[in-house]
Ligand binder design. Structure first.
Ligand SMILES: [Zn+2]
Length: 234
């Protein structure tokens, strides 16, 4: 199986989408009890709410880096039996001069990856060089990374949509998902092979060092505990 990366539309020109700061509540940034240099970002206390300047793509990413899909995409994924994700309904409203004429936005859902592709194998060139911190879970990975070797079939749980650690913000998909995206002509989706020269962004990041928090910062808590406890990253 050769997975592909699924990129979500970031909008262009005047910002298309942003988190509605009047309606989305974040907890305070918290210092780590063990190492005060580790400052955890404030966790959202409410589902994000969005403001849009124009009708959104089928898939898009907000300025808060949440991955969003329309109700149409959610229905297509459900009908196709695609595994490895959950979706949380979010609020949205239009803003700007066209707001009145645009009516109501489509239903929008935050896509949460629950599928697992494992921790990047040593043969990828990436190694953990720091952590996990006992206070906050911070970890740093570094190395001369070959992105085409990030995926290890042995570590993959078989989900159609999955995450490879330590890159929780990226969405990996099976060829089946890629086919569904293309067959339905989903707007805002871009697929990239790990052998593509553009995937070198992972290598550039790995040279500098890739930092993450606990898995539960990126996944539902129960799922993070199930996957992350044996690996020490829950
Ligand atoms: Zn810490």
């Amino acid at each position: 199986m050769q997975p592909q990366l699924l990129f979500f539309d970031t909008g262009s020109g005047p910002r298309l989408v942003s988190v509605d700061t009047e309606r989305t509540v974040y907890g305070p940034r918290t210092p780590c009890p063990v190492d005060p240099r580790h400052i955890l970002p404030g966790a959202p206390l409410t589902a994000p709410s969005l403001v849009l300047r124009s009708p959104p793509s089928d898939l898009f990413v907000t300025d808060g880096l949440d991955r969003m899909v329309t109700g149409r995409v959610r229905d297509i994924f459900l009908e196709a039996g695609i595994t490895g994700w959950e979706a949380e309904l979010v609020g949205a409203r239009y803003t700007g001069a066209r707001a009145a004429s645009l009516g109501e936005p489509p239903s929008l859902w935050r896509l949460v990856t629950t599928g697992w592709g494992g921790i990047a194998p040593a043969r990828s060139g990436l190694r953990r060089v720091e952590g996990p911190c006992p206070g906050c879970g911070k970890q740093v990975y570094r190395g001369a990374l070959d992105p085409s070797r990030l995926f290890d079939c042995e570590r993959w749980d078989g989900s159609d949509i999955f995450m490879i650690w330590p890159f929780p913000a990226y969405v990996w998909v099976t060829p089946r998902v890629a086919d569904v995206v293309r067959a339905n002509n989903l707007k805002g989706a871009r697929l990239l092979s790990l052998a593509d020269p553009e995937a070198r962004v992972f290598a550039a990041a790995a040279e500098l060092g890739v930092g993450t928090w606990r898995l539960s910062n990126y996944m539902p808590r129960d799922r993070a505990r199930e996957l992350g406890t044996p690996l020490g990253i829950a």
